[in-house]
Design a binder for this molecule. Structure first.
Ligand code: PLP
Length: 376
């Protein structure tokens, strides 16, 4: 067992899933986004829980993630959000997954590969309705759809798009994207396509833009227990699924005027009881938390002093009674009544909870709590 580890609370994951499900209109299906190793929470254990709860689809990045789900016995629909390269078309067919196709070129490549295999695949076409990232631009929809409709190797069973600002207070641009998407759907029907699934809502869309729910939604961050942003109009009660823990390696008393850590960036102003923690930026704890931020020890907050280094971090525990070597410390998550959120860390390090979860989750041993699966 490592000295620093991540706990994944599958009970919290289940509660978040139910909270999101409760926001959906009748009949709307869920495609939990479990890409990037389920935002660092572990693809298979997370998907297994959500499968048991009845998630209809999963959204993964690539075929490697899709294969991992199939190998784990998951039989639900799987959308491959970054698409499938022509040389992998055969595997997409054998895994029975749905590639997202985002350009005429990628559609052409897939068609050629499938023709040589004599195979057919279901696809969802991704439209850029204003985000300006992956997807066929909406103004080229007609030609794109007519081309898709002309191919015998692909069956277009879905159309999708993605929001760029659904987590912002001003929903004007998102509403424009919804309008454009609805127009694009009409264009698809005129081109002879009959997509069963229409989807564009991420977590923020689900919470704040009811009209974006369509037939299917793709929640990510909310499943893992973080709000999409502080600007949400509507509420959704969530609990953070990930907790980063470690154990105090050393406790010592420094005289007033002592330096702490690399670069002597901190000087004690008083006699200071200091705890050294075996956690650092190699564990996904940003070096930007140097001399800022806190950890939890014995249920109390202890400020980080000195530089966060690769595998060690120093904290001031002068005001926390009775800290001894071997005590548990929580870097992120709950301890007693105190809580340090991925959002709190993100704010201090000028990023978003998504990045904090991915970094912390992918660099530490994981222990699963509250579910059928105990270990990664
Ligand atoms: C295509 C797509 N859909 C849905 C999501 C889920 O977004 P969120 O985590 O904000 O719910 C993502 C996440 O980046 C995504 O790329």
């Amino acid at each position: 067992m490592s000295m620093t580890w991540v706990e994944i609370d599958l009970g919290a994951l289940r509660e978040n899933y139910r909270a999101i499900r409760a926001l959906l209109a009748d009949g709307v299906k869920m495609a939990p986004v479990v890409k990037a190793d389920a935002y660092g929470h572990g693809l298979v254990p997370v998907a297994r829980e959500l499968d048991l709860l009845g998630a209809e689809y999963f959204g993964v990045n690539d075929l490697a993630e899709a294969r991992a789900l199939r190998d784990a016995g998951i039989e639900r629909e799987i959308m491959v959000l970054l698409g499938v390269e022509p040389q992998d078309a055969g595997e997409a067919v054998s895994l029975g997954v749905i590639p997202v196709v985002y350009s005429r070129e990628s559609l052409k490549g897939l068609d050629e590969a499938l023709r040589s295999l004599g195979a057919k695949v279901r696809v969802h076409l991704k439209m850029d309705t204003g985000m300006g990232r992956l997807g066929q631009p909406w103004w080229e929809a007609g030609e794109f759809f007519r081309f898709a409709a002309s191919l015998e190797t692909v069956e277009v069973t879905g159309l999708c798009s993605h929001f760029s600002t659904s987590d912002e207070a001003d929903k004007g641009f998102s509403n424009l994207q919804i309008k454009k998407f609805k127009e694009v759907v009409e264009t698809a029907r005129h081109a002879g396509l009959d997509p069963e699934e229409l989807h564009m809502a991420n977590s923020a869309g689900i919470i704040d833009l009811g009209s974006s729910q369509l037939s299917l939604v793709r929640p990510g961050i909310t499943l893992y227990g973080c709000q999409p942003s502080k600007e949400m109009h509507n509420a959704c009660a969530l609990s953070q699924v990930m907790r980063l823990k470690t154990r105090v390696a050393q406790v010592k008393t420094l005289h007033a005027g002592s330096f702490v850590g690399y670069g002597n960036t901190y000087v004690t102003e008083r006699e200071t009881r200091m705890a050294v923690l075996p956690v650092g930026y190699a564990n996904g704890l940003s070096r930007l938390l140097t001399n800022r931020g806190e950890v939890l020890v014995r249920g109390r907050r202890a400020p980080i002093i000195g530089r966060v280094s690769m595998s060690l971090t120093t904290v001031d525990v002068t005001d926390v009674r009775g800290v001894i070597e071997g005590d548990d410390a929580v870097i992120m998550g709950f301890m007693g009544r105190e809580f340090i959120g991925a959002d709190d860390i993100a704010e201090l390090t000028s990023t978003i909870s998504y990045e904090v979860l991915c970094l912390v989750g992918s660099t530490n041993e994981r222990v699963y709590l509250g579910g059928s699966v105990r270990r990664a």
